[in-house]
Design a binder for this molecule. Structure first.
Ligand code: HAM
Length: 412
C-alpha cells in the first residue's frame, strides 16, 4: 500500500471543517482591513527564490523542492512573499495602484527534516502590503496579525520585534558581528561556523545553547541603526503602544530570509515546542527593486496554519448542518425516492439517501452518523397514500405529511 510522503499530511473531512473555519475567519479579518485575496502558482522559477531569499539561506541551500525541466529549474514555492512581488510586477499592479494590500492562503513546500510543527508541505495564511514605507503600515500589519489570533481564540502568544535597519546598517552589523565572533568561532556549532562565512546574522538567532550564550554577550541592542532607521523603529513601537499591543524587543531576532530590512517580527506560542513560531514577518525595502521594479517598500507576515492548530486544537465552529436523510423501503419507494431527493436538492435543501440497501435500523444509524437533522421514511404503502414520515432526530418525534407539502415543510 502506498504511504504519504514524509512531512505531508492528509486532511480528513472532519479536520477540513476546522481548516474552513480558520480560512473563513482569516478572510473576514483581511476584508475588515481592506486586503484583497491573490492566488499565485505553486511552482515558480527557482531563480526567483535564489535571488530574493538569498543564495546562502537555509531554504535555498537545503530546502527547495526543485523540478528540473530541460533548461529550466522550477521550484515548489517555499514561501509566498517572493511570488507575490513577482506577480505584482508581472501584472503591473505597481502602475495600477500606488499601494496594494494582498492576502493569500495556500500550501508551501520545504524539504526539511519533519518533526512536530515542521512539515514538508505546510500552509500559510499571509499578507503583503506593498507600496509604502510608513511605520504606520508596520503597525497595521502587526495589529492585523494580532486580530487574526484574537478571532481564532488563540491567546498566550508573544510578539517579538526587532529592526535590522537599512541595507547599510545590516551590512555594518554583519561585519561587526563577524569581527567579534572570530575569536569565539571554535565554540560555535558547526552550522554557525558555516553562517560565519555566508550569513553571519543568523548566528544571532541560533537555537544552540552554546551559541546563544556567546551571542548574549555581544548583543547589538539596536546600536547598529542609522538615525532614520532608529526613528522608523521608534515610530513602530510608539504606534503599537498606542494600540495597546504588547511586544518584546528582541535584538537576536534576525529572520532566515535575506530580503528583510528594518522591522522584523515573530509570534511565538508556548504550546508549540522547539518550533515555537506560529507566524512571522517583516519589512522588505529592496525586494521590489531587486526583482526589476521601482524602489518601493513592502511588509507582510505569514502564519503557519498547522502551527495555529498546535496553539489551539479546537477551532471548529459548530457547523449548522441541516442534512435530510432519506430512507426508502421497497422497490417503488426507492424509485420515487430518487425523484424526491432530486426535488429537495433543487430547492437547495442538503439531502442524501441510503445507497447500501440497509435495513431500516441500519439506515437510521447511517443517518445519525451522517449528522442528519431529519430522516424521511418512505415505504411502498406510504407512496400509495402519497405521504411520507418525517423523524426529527433531535427529539425522535415523528409525523406524516403529504408528499406535496414536503419541500415547504422542510424549508421552514
Ligand atoms: P517564515 O518565518 O519562513 O516566513 O514562515 C512563516 C511561518 O510559517 C512560520 O512562522 C511557521 O509558523 C510556518 N512555517 C515555516 N516553515 C514551516 C514548516 N516547515 N512546517 C510548518 N510550518 C512552517 C515566511 O515565509 C515569510 N514569507 C513571511 C513574510 C511575509 N514576510 C513578509 N511577508
Amino acid at each position: 500500500m502506498f504511504k504519504r510522503v514524509p512531512g505531508t499530511k492528509d486532511i480528513l473531512p472532519e479536520e477540513v471543517l476546522s481548516w474552513q473555519t480558520i480560512e473563513t475567519i482569516a478572510r473576514r479579518i483581511f476584508s475588515v482591513y481592506n486586503y484583497q485575496e491573490i492566488r499565485t502558482p505553486i511552482i515558480e522559477d527557482a531563480a526567483l527564490f535564489n535571488r530574493t531569499l538569498g543564495e546562502a539561506t537555509e531554504i535555498v541551500q537545503k530546502q527547495m523542492f526543485i523540478i528540473r525541466n530541460q533548461d529550466d529549474n522550477y521550484a515548489l514555492r517555499p514561501e509566498g512573499t517572493a511570488s507575490i512581488v513577482r506577480c505584482y510586477l508581472e501584472n503591473s499592479l505597481d502602475k495600477a495602484a500606488g499601494f496594494v494590500k494582498l492576502y493569500y492562503i495556500g500550501p508551501m513546500f520545504r524539504l526539511e527534516r519533519p518533526q512536530k510543527g515542521r512539515l514538508r508541505q505546510f500552509h500559510h495564511i499571509g499578507c503583503e502590503a506593498i507600496g509604502s514605507g510608513e511605520p504606520s503600515v508596520d503597525v497595521e500589519i502587526i495589529s492585523l496579525a494580532g486580530q487574526l489570533l484574537k478571532n481564532l481564540g488563540i491567546t498566550g502568544y508573544k510578539i517579538k520585534l526587532n529592526s535590522l535597519g537599512c541595507l547599510k546598517d545590516k551590512q555594518e552589523l554583519g561585519s561587526t558581528l563577524k569581527e567579534k565572533l572570530q575569536k569565539k568561532s571554535n565554540q560555535l556549532c558547526p552550522d554557525c561556523r558555516d553562517r560565519m562565512k555566508n550569513n553571519v546574522l543568523r548566528v544571532l538567532d541560533c537555537k544552540n545553547e552554546a551559541c546563544r550564550e556567546i551571542v548574549k554577550e555581544l548583543s547589538p541592542a539596536g546600536g547598529h541603526l542609522c538615525p532614520e532607521c532608529l526613528q522608523h523603529f521608534d515610530k513602530v513601537k510608539e504606534g503599537l503602544n498606542n494600540l495597546n499591543i504588547e511586544f518584546e524587543v528582541s535584538c537576536q531576532l534576525v529572520r532566515g530570509l535575506d530580503y528583510y530590512n528594518r522591522t522584523v517580527f515573530e509570534i511565538t506560542h508556548p504550546d508549540l515546542g522547539s518550533q515555537d513560531a506560529i507566524g512571522a514577518g517583516g519589512r522588505y525595502s529592496n525586494l521590489v527593486k531587486e526583482l526589476g521594479g521601482p524602489q518601493i517598500e513592502g511588509i507582510g507576515f505569514a502564519f503557519g496554519i498547522e502551527r495555529l492548530f498546535l496553539a489551539k486544537t479546537n477551532l471548529t465552529e459548530k457547523p449548522d448542518k441541516k442534512l435530510i436523510y432519506l430512507v426508502t423501503l421497497g422497490d417503488a419507494a426507492k424509485i420515487a425516492g430518487v425523484k424526491i431527493l432530486n426535488r429537495l436538492r433543487e430547492a437547495k435543501i442538503p439531502a442524501d439517501m441510503d445507497y447500501l440497501n440497509k435495513s431500516l435500523k441500519g439506515a437510521m444509524r447511517a443517518a445519525n452518523d451522517a449528522g442528519a437533522s431529519k430522516v424521511l421514511i418512505l415505504g411502498d404503502d406510504e407512496l400509495k397514500k402519497n405521504i411520507i414520515s418525517i423523524k426529527d432526530m433531535s427529539d425522535s418525534s415523528q409525523k406524516e405529511i403529504s408528499l406535496e407539502n414536503l419541500t415547504g415543510e422542510l424549508k421552514c
